[in-house]
Write a protein that binds this ligand. Structure first.
Ligand SMILES: [Zn+2]
Length: 98
């Protein structure tokens, strides 16, 4: 069991308590479950970057092995770009959520 700070009155409240015993404020908003951790954000960035590199590699393979690799490379690369866009959004929400 640990103590967290009440988001309304800043008094110490048990992390198991549903409401602050002093002012009745629900305790869960101070836990901030929607926030991503720095580790999650950096992992997401590396995975997206990896997908883009893999996509470029597949596009390169398509020169020798045909259109199947081209389509695959485009799909993988596009999901990597999409991932990077989400990553930028996650990073931004992390910075502004402090
Ligand atoms: Zn309180």
């Amino acid at each position: 069991m640990s103590l967290i700070k009440c988001s309304a009155c800043s008094k110490p409240v048990s992390s198991r308590a549903i409401k602050c015993p002093y002012c009745g404020e629900p305790t869960f908003p101070s836990v901030e479950p929607a926030q991503f951790t720095k580790k999650q954000i950096s992992e997401w960035g590396w995975i997206s970057l990896g997908l883009i590199i893999l996509g470029m590699y597949l596009l390169d393979l398509s020169l020798e092995h045909g259109n199947m690799f081209y389509v695959l490379g485009m799909l993988v690369g596009a999901s990597g770009v999409l991932g990077l866009m989400c990553w930028a959004f996650m990073g931004l929400s992390y910075l502004t959520g402090q």
